[in-house]
Ligand binder design. Structure first.
Ligand code: HEM
Length: 403
């Protein structure tokens, strides 16, 4: 059987991966998929098999290797625009470039941002409350918080946030054409080039770009272009993802008032962290799979994937695998095996910003529940505009009222 990929989630059960993936999960962990341009690839839905692929360096993340699966015209445009970011490279080059940034995302360093993020969240929420008792929580809270955090981390002028947000949205939307996406990629790159140029001329203390220039570019390990592309990746991956995770988590909490009450009342940071990780597993916003291409023949789940064949790992399906997660389609803040969650990927390309996203959610969700009592949707549930046409699942708007 060959299934089309990607399939939009059903708006009637927006937290669930498409039924076709789940049906496959119950019968075979690996199946054939047909893409928008007629290309075929292997779709991996099983948890164990997903990890096997992502941990195996016989699978390449490079889009220029023939057979690499492009899951949308826009992502094809982004990846063919000649702008190579380290998420689309293999080791050793991948880790050489990734290392420019990892020291800024360690658990210790990100935990130290907790208070600053909490101040920002309080300011945003107090501003909403001062303005009235309704809001679009996506545009007025979920998006500006991660966006301001990544701009602050990279010491970039927040007044330019629309340039970055609009370009990111074009690149990630399945509705964008290859040309539109390539043009948006160029705009984002120009923004990053100008930022890197400024830092080269006027380095700052305690600054991601200035230190990368000093420690990685000036020492000859990486080029200024590779640094610029890495910064572009951080902007691209660093706000829209967390924004959708925030709005979808709020929606889940609105749907499960007893869980919202637990989170609102908890004084236990370990419980809040577990709840956040479970929400991230449950909603799995990274709905377009992790794409790879086989460099050699490899057997996964009893199927031989031939050299040159594309592979798509569906993390949203892996997060529903009953062999790892019992009653996987329920939210359970006491769930075991959360360390197995597929939400941030696995192996060498596992998300750089994972801790940052988790801390942002740990701060935002309890604050929303405490500061906006009686939070409720102001539209019918069925009328919410879901991002069923986007690399990252979420809602385009989250209209709510409180008080
Ligand atoms: C809830 C929020 C987020 C989710 C669900 C998420 C998910 C993911 C996933 C699934 C991957 C693996 C891609 C692959 O294997 O091909 C990834 C990679 C990546 N993410 Fe995130 N991410 C989030 C937030 C962030 C943030 C806040 C940042 C940066 C500030 C970030 C930066 C990156 C980077 C740079 C990579 C590429 C890593 C590599 O290839 O070595 N992400 N993310």
């Amino acid at each position: 059987m060959t299934i089309d990929y990607p399939i939009a989630r059903d708006a009637r059960c927006p937290y669930e991966p498409p039924a076709a993936y789940l049906d496959t999960l119950l019968t075979k962990p690996i199946t054939k998929a047909r893409l928008w341009n007629g290309d075929q690839a292997w779709l991996i839905v099983g948890h164990k098999e997903s990890n096997e692929v992502l941990a195996d360096d016989r699978f390449s993340a490079r889009p220029d290797v023939p057979g690499y699966p492009h899951v949308s015209p826009a992502l094809a445009g982004y990846r063919k625009s000649g702008l190579e970011t380290f998420n689309n490279k293999d080791n050793p080059q991948h880790s050489l470039e990734r290392r420019m940034f990892t020291k800024w995302f360690t658990v210790r360093r990100i935990n130290s941002l907790h208070e600053k993020i909490a101040d920002l969240v309080d300011r945003v929420l107090d501003g909403l409350i001062a303005e009235g008792d309704t809001a679009d929580l996506y545009a007025q809270l979920a998006l500006p918080i991660p966006s301001q955090v990544i701009f602050a981390m990279l010491n970039a002028p927040y007044e330019d946030h629309l340039v970055v947000e609009e370009a990111t949205n074009t690149i990630l939307s399945w509705r964008s054409t290859t040309e539109e996406s390539a043009a948006a990629s160029a705009v984002l790159l120009q923004f990053c080039e100008s930022l890197v140029k400024q830092r080269k001329e006027h380095p700052l203390d305690d600054d991601v770009i200035s230190e990368a220039i000093e420690e990685h570019v000036n020492t000859g390990q990486c080029t200024l272009e590779q640094l610029t592309q890495g910064i572009r990746l951080l902007f691209l991956a660093g706000h829209e993802t967390t924004a959708n995770a925030i709005s979808m988590s709020i929606l889940v909490l609105l749907d499960h008032p007893h869980l919202a009450a637990q989170l609102r009342e908890s004084e236990d940071p370990a419980f809040v962290e577990r709840a956040v990780k479970e929400l991230l597993r449950f909603v799995t916003i990274a709905q377009a799979g992790r794409c790879r291409v086989a460099l050699q023949d490899v057997t996964i789940g009893g199927v031989t994937i031939k050299a040159g064949e594309g592979v798509i790992v569906s993390s949203e399906s892996a997060n529903r695998d009953p062999s790892v997660f019992e009653h996987a389609s329920e939210v359970d803040f006491d769930r075991e095996h959360l360390q197995e969650s597929a939400s941030f990927g696995y192996g060498t390309h596992r998300c750089v910003g994972e801790r940052l996203a988790v801390v942002e959610l740990q701060v935002v969700l309890p604050a929303v529940l405490r500061k906006l009592p009686d939070l409720r949707l102001t539209v019918e549930r069925k009328d919410l505009p879901y991002k069923t046409d986007h690399t990252v699942f979420g809602v385009y708007e989250l209209p709510v009222a409180w008080g």
